[in-house]
Design a binder for this molecule. Structure first.
Ligand code: MN
Length: 291
């Protein structure tokens, strides 16, 4: 095995409000292109922010999605979702909601009512995972991956554990199902906890430090809120060693789809014709109704 090195490290630059509930910075789609991190089309990171108590929850009103999946990871705070296919749910700290927009939905997302009324610290990630061309029209669905039910791999020497959201770690399979090969983990490390990761070296691969700090490959220090993308086609294994207590790292790796992308706002298709059709279908009310 040889070392897979970091190609680029990004720190949060500008944050933007999504509705009044999410204050996010983008790690994919700017300096690191969507193509370079394919099939991870977008990654919005809401770094720690404090919300004052509010009776009517902050949120984002009904909006469409088509042709991809939204994967929402709650780290602090509770998030409520509902869509025009009748799906509804709340995810809490450590939970993940994996929504397949597929053929098209309307979606609302907001702070959970009770959480909003208490207020508190909020931290989350939402990724957009592109769908293969053959699955763009798949029936929308919703997977709720609850923290306590996730497959986990205990690390040696009481180092912590790998929570497997989707894909596989050292022979253990996560419960999340995907349309293309993807590995997605939350890695919890105690101080000096150590974990190694081996993925096919053409899979686009990155980490985001959610809490604490780590030494990557025994050489590169990374701190909270920083994002690193690994180089491709050279080396196959990288390691993480926590340099602080209660370290938490999001690890993502996926086989590139390498298909044409036609994108406008919340629609991610393969051709301009499909994009125009998606917009027409949305305007015609074919994504359903969500009040
Ligand atoms: Mn949405």
């Amino acid at each position: 095995m040889s070392t897979r090195n970091i190609e680029k490290i990004l720190k949060p630059e500008s944050f933007n409000w999504v509705g009044d509930a999410f204050y996010t910075t983008s790690f994919i789609g700017r300096e690191i292109t969507r193509r370079r991190m394919d099939p991870f089309f977008a990654l919005g990171y809401n770094a720690d922010i404090h919300f004052e108590a509010k009776k009517i929850p902050r949120g984002v009103g009904a909006h469409p999605h088509k042709g991809f999946e939204t994967v929402t990871l709650a780290y602090k705070g509770n998030i409520e979702h509902e869509d025009s296919r009748g799906n509804h749910g709340v995810i809490k700290e450590g939970d993940v909601q994996w929504m397949t927009a597929g053929s098209g939905i309307l979606h609302k997302e907001h702070h959970e009512k009770e959480w909003s009324q208490a207020g508190g610290m909020f931290q989350m990630v939402q990724m957009w995972v592109n769908l293969p061309a053959k699955d763009k029209e798949t029936t929308p669905k919703y997977q709720e991956l609850i923290y306590n039910e996730m497959t986990e791999y205990p690390l040696e020497n009481n180092g912590g554990r790998v929570k497997i959201i989707a894909g596989e770690y050292k022979g253990l399979q996560g419960k999340g199902t995907t349309f293309s090969p993807i590995h997605l983990f939350n890695v919890e490390l105690n101080k000096d906890g150590f974990a190694d990761f081996t993925f096919p070296n053409d899979y686009n691969t990155a980490i985001l430090i959610i809490e604490g700090s780590v030494l990557v490959n025994d050489s590169q220090e990374m701190n909270k809120d920083s994002f690193a993308m690994f180089e491709n086609n050279v080396g196959d294994t990288f390691t993480l060693k926590a340099t602080s207590e209660k370290t938490l790292v999001l690890v993502l790796s996926g086989e590139p789809l390498n298909e044409p992308i036609a994108h406008y706002g919340p629609f991610v298709m393969n051709t301009q014709d499909q994009l125009a059709q998606a917009f027409e279908d949305f305007q015609a009310g074919k994504f359903g109704v969500l009040n």
